[in-house]
Design a protein around this ligand. Structure first.
Ligand code: ADP
Ligand code: MG
Length: 341
């Protein structure tokens, strides 16, 4: 351990690369608190995500990509709320002051921070418990949006159309590539695309900002469609009919898996960080134009119905399906070391 806590903060985190100034941050790293200056008429949006080694990422994960992912998964929650990123704080529990790891991790974080003009403003650093000795990475992200706005989970209405951005199942398939459980014949290009989807989910911030005035509800897909859609349904007291044949699948997922597996990944695989949202039919065209104008692909996958359940359909016919996403502390998943949120 060449560096102590304060050397690490100074060298890897309190740098112009990652802790750059923005007008809304009155005071950044260095005092007991950072000070924010929210603009008049705006409200703050805050969200936190923990990434735990052995649960959310594999022990040998590339630290640069992990740095990117740590911030991107947090930004995804802001996107789902229709908030613009402002800044973030970072909590780290590390078993050792590995400077190579810290250098790459902070570079990955800085890259995404710069891309979103979202600087690091503070945090905490601790040695991991010697009992477990694994890494825990925690980000709290702060965003802003006008008072009385925000894309809630609770606004879906019967007859609204259900859409997702991007494609589904790529990140879960990427995890299989990383853990060497994908099919051997899968070519390098497809492997790379899937791993990339896992580590560097597409930012949907711009899409979220546009959806703020067009969608009736929204959630980001962290645990898988089957699980996350239910959050919208519960919050909105509605049901849904989903067309399995309409789920968007990438070329790489199609190359990596047979049809049944593709479908399983698309509905139950986590970590895609795409947006799932509902839109009234009167705003459907405007939404397609808006997201088309920023190059974000969207696919209509179903419709909001009366009731409380999801009806899965194939080519217009209802089918029975046991589908669920990942749940921490769920009995059946207790033994799994699975990368998910
Ligand atoms: P305190 O003991 O008052 O909580 P610390 O000594 O832990 O403060 O941290 C000193 C300063 O460094 C604070 O401004 C804190 O926000 C910042 N800091 C600590 N850890 C990190 C980190 N991992 N990334 C960015 N800033 C950090
Ligand atoms: Mg203090």
């Amino acid at each position: 351990m060449a560096s102590d806590e304060f050397d690490i903060i100074r060298r890897f985190f309190n740098s112009g690369e990652i802790a750059f100034p923005i007008p809304e941050v009155g005071l950044g790293i260095g005092d007991d608190c950072a000070l924010l200056r929210p603009a008049t008429g705006m409200q703050l949006a805050m969200s936190m995500d923990i990434l735990q080694e052995g649960v959310h990422f594999l022990p040998d994960a590339d630290p640069y990509l992990l740095g990117k992912r740590t911030l991107l998964v947090n930004l995804s929650d802001l996107a789902a709320m229709g908030a613009r990123p402002l800044c973030f704080t970072l909590g780290l529990c590390l078993p050792a002051a590995d400077e190579v790891w810290l250098g790459s991790f902070s570079k990955g974080l800085a890259q995404v921070a710069r891309e979103h003009n979202c600087p690091l403003i503070g945090g905490d650093l601790s040695a991991s418990s010697p009992v477990h000795g694994s890494k825990t990475l925690c980000v709290q992200v702060h965003g802003e949006l006008p008072v009385d706005s925000g894309l809630r989970r609770s606004g879906a209405k019967v007859g609204d159309l259900i859409y997702v951005t991007g494609s589904l199942g790529d990140a879960a398939a990427g995890l299989q590539v990383l853990s060497n459980t994908c099919k051997e014949s899968l070519n390098e290009e497809h492997r790379a695309a899937l791993v990339d989807a896992f580590f560097v989910p597409e930012s949907r911030i711009e899409a979220g900002l546009m959806l703020r005035s067009l969608a009736t509800s929204c959630i980001d897909l962290s645990d898988g469609l089957a699980s996350d859609l239910v959050h919208i349904l519960r919050a909105s007291a509605v049901g849904a009919s989903i067309a399995l044949d309409a789920l968007p699948l990438s070329v790489a997922v199609r190359a990596a898996h047979n049809e049944a597996e593709q479908r399983q990944l698309a509905i139950s695989g986590g970590d895609d960080y795409e947006l799932c949202f509902t839109v009234g039919s009167k705003n459907e065209e405007a939404m397609q134009r808006a997201l088309g104008s920023i190059g974000v692909p969207v696919t209509r996958i179903g419709i909001i119905t009366e009731g409380t359940q999801v009806q899965w359909c194939e080519f217009g016919e209802p089918i029975a399906l046991e589908a669920s996403g990942y749940k921490h502390f769920h009995a059946a998943s207790e033994d799994l070391v699975q990368v998910t949120h």
